[in-house]
Design a protein around this ligand. Structure first.
Ligand SMILES: NC(=O)c1ccc[n+]([C@@H]2O[C@H](COP(=O)([O-])OP(=O)(O)OC[C@H]3O[C@@H](n4cnc5c(N)ncnc54)[C@H](O)[C@@H]3O)[C@@H](O)[C@H]2O)c1
Length: 263
């Protein structure tokens, strides 16, 4: 088989649900074989069942270096890696003065160190000319009270992307950041339960809606595809224009939910 005829291989972390699942399905539709990692083995089995033989799953905890290395090595066994999407991540709410160190560390480990490990091991096995996409957040550039660890980790992802683009450029590997605004997934179900929060998110966009996971997958598909070979070290907001305005006032929204503190 010539190099051109070889099926392209992608790796996606946090692939079992939400944005990661949508990205996985989009890359399969684009003709790629996807090596999908997640800690949710039930979700991975469901993803595999719908993958038409084009999704290979393996349990992968992105905070565990050996686990990430094994996922990358699995991709290498299939002819090397052409694309990697460092997607696994989650937020945690808490004001800094009350924030337990363990929670801060957990979010930094998952959202920042997990991306570092994914870039490290994907970059190690990636074919020349490959593409890495790191999923950050609107919070990489727009602060939110109550989200210090998440905002800090996501801002770190944006800078990590630029450094990785410099270091991997001599192999024509491109590295870019995608920064979603509010996307309807299990991770954001809490926002949908607090009166006013989603309305504020939507009001702060310029397009008047929140996103679905496919909105993010569209951008990732472009960044790993043939139409973006001159695009590297970029930061791509997929937030409906929300970066032009301000983040919802989460402390006030949560205070309204809990009600007045008894005096
Ligand atoms: N949903 C949004 O509004 C939104 C906005 C901005 C950025 N993001 C980012 O997009 C990414 C995906 O978010 P989502 O909304 O799809 O979340 P989600 O909770 O729907 O899915 C996240 C997936 O990551 C997996 N995961 C969690 N910890 C893991 C670990 N240690 N190793 C491997 N997998 C792990 C989960 O099992 C889950 O399948 C995250 O990085 C998130 O920060 C989401």
């Amino acid at each position: 088989m010539t190099a051109d005829a070889r099926q392209r291989v992608a790796l996606v972390t946090g692939a079992a649900a939400g944005i990661g699942r949508s990205i996985t399905e989009r890359l399969v539709a684009d003709g790629m074989l996807v090596i999908a990692g997640d800690i949710d083995e039930t979700g991975l089995a469901a993803l595999r069942a719908h993958g038409g033989g084009q999704v290979i799953t393996q349990r992968c905890d992105v905070t565990d270096e050996a686990s990430v290395a094994a996922l990358a090595d699995l991709a290498a066994d299939h002819g090397g890696l052409d694309a990697a999407v460092a997607n696994a991540g989650k937020g945690a709410y808490g004001l800094i003065v009350e924030h337990p160190l363990e929670t801060w560390q957990e979010i930094i480990d998952l959202c920042l160190t997990g991306v570092f490990l994914t870039v490290k091991h994907a970059g190690r096995v990636m074919n020349d000319g490959g593409s890495i996409v790191n999923i950050a957040s609107l919070n990489a550039i727009q602060p939110s009270a109550g989200m210090a660890a998440y905002c800090t980790a996501k801002a770190g992802v944006a800078m990590l992307t630029k450094v990785a683009a410099m270091e991997l450029g001599d192999r024509a590997i491109r590295v870019n950041t995608v920064a979603p605004g509010l996307v309807e997934t299990a991770a954001t179900s809490g926002f949908f339960m607090v009166p006013g929060v989603v309305e504020e998110f939507v009001e702060n966009t310029t397009v008047g809606r929140f996103a679905q996971p496919d909105d993010i997958a569209d951008m990732v598909s472009f960044l790993v595809g043939p139409g973006s070979t001159f695009v590297s070290a970029g930061f791509f907001s997929v937030d409906g224009g929300a970066s032009t305005k301000r983040y919802p006032d989460l402390p006030s929204a949560f205070a309204r939910l809990v009600g007045p503190t008894p005096s």
